[in-house]
Design a protein around this ligand. Structure first.
Ligand code: PHB
Ligand code: FE
Length: 339
C-alpha cells in the first residue's frame, strides 16, 4: 500500500504524519511512524516492526488499543512507561519519546525480537492523534466505560467522534473553582454509579481582602460528575505536589510503568491492582484496595487496575522533573518507606 503524506495545513510546516489512503474494504487508513506500522480492521490493530531481518507483527483488540492511545495522547505520554499491553508501548523521555515492541517482554527481548525507536514528542504525537481521529467511530468514546459506549468501536469505519477524543486532562493551576482556574463542572450530570453522593458544597467565608483566594469544594460531588474513566486530572497543585483524583470503571487501559513513587488513596468502592516488575513483567503482587486504603506504588513496577463498580481514586504525584534520574541511578530507593 502506498504511503501518502497528509496535506499540510497552510499555517504549519509540512505534516509529519504518514497515512495511506483509506482501505477499500474497511475504510480505515494505515499509518507509519519510523519503522513501525499500524493497521486496523473490524476488530484488531496490527502493529509491525523489523527484528532479526524480518517483519514482526503484534495484534491487539482495537478497543483496548484505542483506549490506551487515548490516554497517551491526553496525557502527553504521561510519566514513564505507557504499556498498551505486554508487548507494545511508549516511554516518555520528556521532550522525546520511545516507542517499543517486545522491549519489556522478557521472552521477546531475550530472543532478540524486540525493537525500540525514539522520536521527538510532537512528531510522534501528530501520528497518535491522526490514528485516533481515523480509527474512533461515531459513538465510541475511549474515555467511557464499556456499558456507556457499547461496541461502537467495532466494525468497518463509520463516522468519527472528534469531540470525545479532543478532551484533555484537566490541568488545574491551584484548585478548581478559583476565578481563572479550572471549572467545577456542575453542568455535567451525576454518573449512574454515584446517585447516592451528597451534592452540597462547603460554605466559604473569607476575611475581607481574601475573597476569590480562599477555596473549598466537595471533591466527592466533583468526582460524581466525572464523564471520563481512568483519567487522573490535576485537581490541586501545591508546588510539585499534585492531587490527581479520577473515577475508575472496568480496566485501566494501560499498564503503567512508574518512573517515580506514586501514592493511591482509595476514596470509594474497590480497585484490584495487578503489580509486576517494570523491566520483565514478572508478577509481583495483587493488591485489593478498599475504600479508605492507602498504598505507595513503587518506582520499579508496572501496574494495571480493575474496578467492577465505578470507584473514586486519588492519585498523588510528585512532579519534580529530576525524579526519574534519581530513581534510575539508585540514589533513591524505589519505595518510600523502610520497614
Ligand atoms: C497510574 O499512574 O498508575 C494511574 C493512571 C491512571 C489511573 C490511575 C492510576 O486512572
Ligand atoms: Fe502508575
Amino acid at each position: 500500500m502506498a504511503m501518502l503524506e497528509t496535506a499540510a495545513p497552510a499555517a504549519k510546516p509540512s505534516s509529519r504524519v504518514k497515512a495511506s489512503a483509506p482501505d477499500s474494504r474497511t475504510h480505515y487508513r494505515k499509518f507509519e511512524l519510523g519503522q513501525f506500522s499500524f493497521e486496523r480492521d473490524e476488530y484488531f490493530v496490527t502493529i509491525g516492526w523489523s527484528a532479526k531481518g524480518a517483519r514482526q507483527q503484534h495484534r491487539m483488540s482495537a478497543d483496548a488499543f484505542l483506549r490506551a492511545l487515548m490516554r497517551d495522547v491526553a496525557w502527553g505520554f504521561f510519566y514513564g512507561w505507557v504499556n498498551f499491553d505486554a508487548m507494545f508501548g511508549t516511554r516518555n523521555l520528556y521532550g522525546r519519546v520511545q516507542f517499543f515492541a517486545g522491549r519489556y517482554n522478557e521472552a521477546y527481548h531475550k530472543a532478540g525480537l524486540s525493537y525500540v525507536e525514539e522520536f521527538d514528542s510532537p512528531t510522534a504525537m501528530e501520528t497518535c492523534k491522526a490514528m485516533l481521529r481515523d480509527w474512533c467511530n461515531a459513538g465510541f468514546d475511549p474515555f467511557a466505560a464499556p456499558e456507556e459506549t457499547g461496541s461502537t468501536w467495532a466494525g468497518t469505519k463509520q463516522g468519527d467522534n472528534i469531540a470525545a477524543i479532543e478532551r484533555f486532562r484537566v490541568a488545574t493551576k491551584r484548585m478548581p473553582g478559583i476565578p481563572g482556574d479550572s471549572p467545577l463542572r456542575d453542568d455535567l450530570p451525576v454518573n449512574r454509579a454515584f446517585v447516592d453522593v451528597a451534592q452540597d458544597e462547603p460554605e466559604i467565608r473569607a476575611e475581607p481582602g481574601y475573597e476569590g483566594k480562599l477555596q473549598a469544594f466537595n471533591l466527592f460531588k466533583y468526582l460524581s460528575r466525572s464523564d471520563v474513566t481512568w483519567n487522573p486530572s490535576v485537581t490541586s497543585v501545591c508546588r510539585e505536589s499534585l492531587f490527581c483524583p479520577t473515577t475508575e470503571e472496568y480496566i485501566l487501559p494501560i499498564i503503567h510503568g512508574n518512573d517515580r513513587v506514586e501514592w493511591f488513596v482509595q476514596l470509594s468502592d474497590e480497585i484490584e491492582w495487578d503489580v509486576s516488575d517494570k523491566e520483565t513483567g514478572r508478577p509481583r503482587a495483587r493488591v485489593l484496595m478498599k475504600a479508605g486504603d492507602v498504598a505507595a506504588m513503587p518506582a520499579d513496577i508496572r501496574h494495571q487496575g480493575f474496578a467492577t463498580k465505578r470507584s473514586m481514586l486519588l492519585v498523588w504525584e510528585n512532579a519534580r522533573s529530576d525524579l526519574p534520574k534519581l530513581y534510575e541511578s539508585g540514589q533513591l530507593k524505589p519505595y518510600p518507606v523502610e520497614f
